[in-house]
Design a binder for this molecule. Structure first.
Ligand SMILES: [Zn+2]
Length: 99
């Protein structure tokens, strides 16, 4: 599931994706990445993923997180806004994202 783009349209989609991410972080299939696109830098002290998605944590308004495969360096982005419903996406970043 990690390798494909996955849309989030309802809260249960988001919860499902969070649990897949957490499981894959536990077995080190992916790690949280230091990557951050230059044009999106708004603050550089984002709360670590672990701290905002633990059990019983209230929903944040916006989630933007980057992960990477420690073996090949493939980057992934999790984006989700919970302001109006629950809209977002999990996706692998591709070459054109870096231009
Ligand atoms: Zn890889």
């Amino acid at each position: 599931m990690l390798y494909a783009t996955k849309s989030i349209s309802i809260p249960s989609d988001f919860r499902k994706i969070l649990s897949v991410i957490r499981a894959n972080m536990e077995d080190k299939t992916i790690i949280e990445s230091d990557y951050w696109p230059d044009h999106l830098i708004i603050n550089d002290c984002e709360t670590p993923f672990d701290m905002v998605t633990g059990k019983g944590k209230p929903l944040e308004e916006v989630y933007t997180y980057y992960f990477e495969c420690p073996k090949c360096g493939q980057l992934y982005q999790l984006f989700c806004s919970t302001v109006q419903g629950c809209k977002g996406k999990w996706r692998p970043l591709i070459e054109s994202d870096f231009r």
